[in-house]
Design a protein around this ligand. Structure first.
Ligand code: SIN
Length: 355
């Protein structure tokens, strides 16, 4: 029999949910938007930490499993969708962003927690960091072990996330990712280990702080603009421009690039080697495609350091944009949003230095 916290309390979910929904004066009002992931996952045994099924447990059970939440916030839950996060897509992002913005516009909502799979948590965090129109805290949380595992990390991560979302100290800091007692900023965070609980890092640029006994403690902030200070607005959008990522490696060729173009992409992020370098096969093809109107962002498969404009390529001559320190997966998000505002590559480059 499984004896994890989520599993043990599952049968009393309804009763506990009523309790946590009772409003306590003086506590912040935090809405938990559940989207799936390992935090809502179940495995065959308590020692199954690989090969389990993500996105099985509903939001009410997630809340009921952590009665301590009642001490830090008035919590409400909504199941926005229920997916393993490798299935995240632009449609889910637009749906989630619109719901977050609706809720944050309400006076009786002080902060939002989003439960999410860890595989694409950094992408959802960065997307929301660019399109949420509020300074109120938005904290995304996941878990590396399913709810049924020994020492599942979901309950403590959820508690920390709710405490952070309800804290005045978290206001105006952009979208946050909270796991393993650490707070990371949406722009810089990335998953660095396929398995371990300390997988989330902001390499070199650093995490923002810690959560100590349920209290967020911040040490630093990103200088990049976010949330209410961005120029992006998805409220009237029902789709995003088609942009994909082509990956640079030895023996580079244009097969994927040409397939993306044939499929109707309007932009390509090229995750080049080193400082976003382009092989003698890829460079002329991307240059030609730019002349035909395709938008090219030169990015890097290396996880640290900037891709420098006019460094490994004459970007002024080829009219490419460089990703600066954004990873290819985040550069894809910014290029999509940039193309909803402008077709001018100088403007797009400005956005890459701004966000
Ligand atoms: C997922 O991303 O949905 C599965 C993996 C995880 O949440 O850790």
């Amino acid at each position: 029999m499984l004896v994890t916290k989520f599993a043990r309390v599952g049968f009393t979910a309804a009763a506990l949910c009523t309790a946590v929904l009772a409003q306590a004066a003086g506590l912040p009002n935090v809405t938990i938007l559940a989207t799936g992931g390992t935090i809502a996952g179940t495995g065959a045994t308590s020692t199954t930490t690989v090969g389990y099924t993500a996105a099985k447990i509903g939001v009410e059970k997630l809340i009921a499993a952590v009665p301590e939440l009642q001490k830090v916030a008035n919590v409400k839950g909504e199941q926005v969708f229920q997916i393993a996060s490798e299935n995240m897509n632009n449609d889910y992002w637009l749906k989630l962003a619109k719901r977050v913005n609706e809720l944050l516009a309400q006076k009786d909502v002080d902060g939002i927690v989003i439960t999410h799979g860890t595989d694409t948590i950094e992408e959802t965090a960065y997307f929301l960091n660019l399109v949420v129109k509020s300074k109120k805290p938005v904290v995304i949380v996941g878990a590396m072990r399913p709810a049924t595992a020994l020492s599942a990390d979901g309950p403590i991560n959820l508690y920390n996330a709710v405490a952070t979302a309800g804290s005045p100290d978290a206001v105006g800091r952009g979208v946050l990712v909270a796991l393993n007692d650490e707070i990371q900023g949406a722009r810089d965070v990335t998953k660095t280990n396929t398995m371990t609980a300390n997988t989330f890092r902001s390499p070199e640029l650093g995490s923002l702080g810690y959560i100590v006994s349920g209290k967020p403690v911040f040490y630093r902030a990103s200088t990049k603009k976010n949330t209410a200070d961005t120029e992006f607005d998805v409220s009237k959008l029902d789709k995003l421009p088609a942009v994909d990522i082509a990956f640079g490696a030895a023996n580079a060729n244009n097969i994927a690039i040409d397939a993306f173009v044939a499929a109707g992409d309007v932009g390509i992020v090229y995750a080049g080697t080193g400082d976003g370098s382009l092989s003698s096969v890829v460079r002329p093809r991307l240059t030609e495609l730019r002349k035909q109107g395709l938008y090219i962002v030169r990015s890097s498969r290396i996880s640290n350091g900037p891709v420098v404009r006019n460094g490994e390529n004459d970007d002024d001559a080829t009219d490419f944009v460089v990703s600066d320190t954004l990873s290819p997966q985040k550069a894809r998000i910014l290029l999509m949003l940039a193309l909803t505002k402008t077709k001018d590559t100088k403007e797009i480059q400005r956005m890459f230095y701004t966000y």
